[in-house]
Design a protein around this ligand. Structure first.
Ligand SMILES: C[S@@+](CC[C@H](N)C(=O)[O-])C[C@H]1O[C@@H](n2cnc3c(N)ncnc32)[C@H](O)[C@@H]1O
Length: 298
């Protein structure tokens, strides 16, 4: 297997660990950092790796030689992540639409795939002229044991339009009654992307919205559980996990993003002699609180 040179996995370097309260950041390559985590100790993993689409993450360019090379790299960390999951644990994995079939085939042989989620958003920036532009990213949701896993459906209910807006009556019931006004979301999630003016914005090219992680963490973990993100980026997963009273472990290989994490997770407001400051947003709306409301479904 040829590994991406820039990433040079398995550096066999001990990652630097930063810990405070319920949060831990492991600064290093994903394979070295995963080595530091005890097997069967994690309740929930959210993995949002580089997608092999040429993005620049600090000094790392997200490009592998072929789809297969990229898939092989993913297979390796997925297998280790599975070992780190508790027996009743859950894992959500994202990647590009074109790479997801590889990961789906791999994961369904090892885990139980419960949902194939479509995270949908709109964008004025992605406007293909001669084909249908991509406005979604797939998320694979799997559990180790389909008979024993956490799913807090009541904590993530959304408005059910049939009941709440259209006020339709369900005549199949012995005593006809209006449909419920809330329901567990289906597998298509409309959640806006993080934009520059939003309060939660960080300086990272593929920052995921807090609302996306809020739904996943509330559904698939309980207070006090361990949530781990092997590609933390701007540390959205860990930040939301802490807000929801979970323990958070975040892995990241780029120093600039680790600095975001140190500040965002309240671990430190300095890095060596450097003062860690949030991004300044000149035109931020006064009431632009973090995106805590779930978007609508399709
Ligand atoms: C798609 S981004 C994650 C974004 C994140 N979910 C967020 O909300 O900000 C992938 C991240 O993986 C990091 N990364 C790439 N290769 C890595 C490796 N070998 N080990 C650890 N982190 C890596 C990149 O620096 C990048 O920040």
């Amino acid at each position: 297997m040829i590994l991406n040179k820039a990433i040079s996995s398995h550096k066999n370097l001990k990652p630097k660990s930063f810990v405070k309260g319920q949060a831990q950041i492991l600064f290093g390559d994903v394979f070295d950092a995963l080595n530091e985590i005890e097997d069967e100790s994690v309740d929930l993993i959210f993995a949002d790796p580089p997608y092999n689409i040429g993005k620049q993450f600090g000094t790392f360019k997200d490009t592998w030689g072929s789809d297969e090379e990229y898939a092989n790299w993913c297979y390796e960390w997925i297998d280790i992540c599975i070992k780190k999951l508790k027996k009743n644990g859950s894992i959500y994995v994202m990647t590009s639409t074109q790479a997801m079939p590889y990961l789906d085939l791999w994961m369904r042989k090892r885990l139980n795939v419960l949902s194939r989620i479509v995270w949908h958003y709109d964008s004025s920036g992605v406007q293909a002229k001669k084909y249908f532009g991509s406005l979604y990213e797939p998320i694979l949701y799997c559990v180790k044991d389909s008979k024993n896993y956490t799913f807090n459906g009541a904590d993530i209910e959304v408005e059910a339009k049939t009941g709440a807006k259209r006020k339709l009556i369900d005549y199949r019931k012995a005593v006809p009654a209006q449909y419920k006004t809330t329901k567990i979301p289906g597998n298509t999630w409309y959640i806006p992307r993080v934009r520059y003016k939003m309060a939660e914005y960080e300086n990272h090219p593929t920052q995921k919205p807090e609302a996306l992680l809020e739904r996943i963490i509330k559904a698939s973990s309980n207070k006090g559980d361990v949530v781990m993100d092997p590609f933390s980026g701007s540390f959205t997963t860990c930040a939301v996990a802490l807000k929801l009273d979970r323990k958070a472990i975040g892995i990241e290989a780029q120093e600039d993003y680790v600095k975001i994490g140190l500040r965002r997770l309240g671990i430190s407001d300095t890095y060596g002699a450097e003062k860690l400051k949030p991004v300044t947003k000149n035109h931020q709306h006064k009431n632009n609180k973090s995106q805590s409301l779930f978007g609508e479904e399709w």
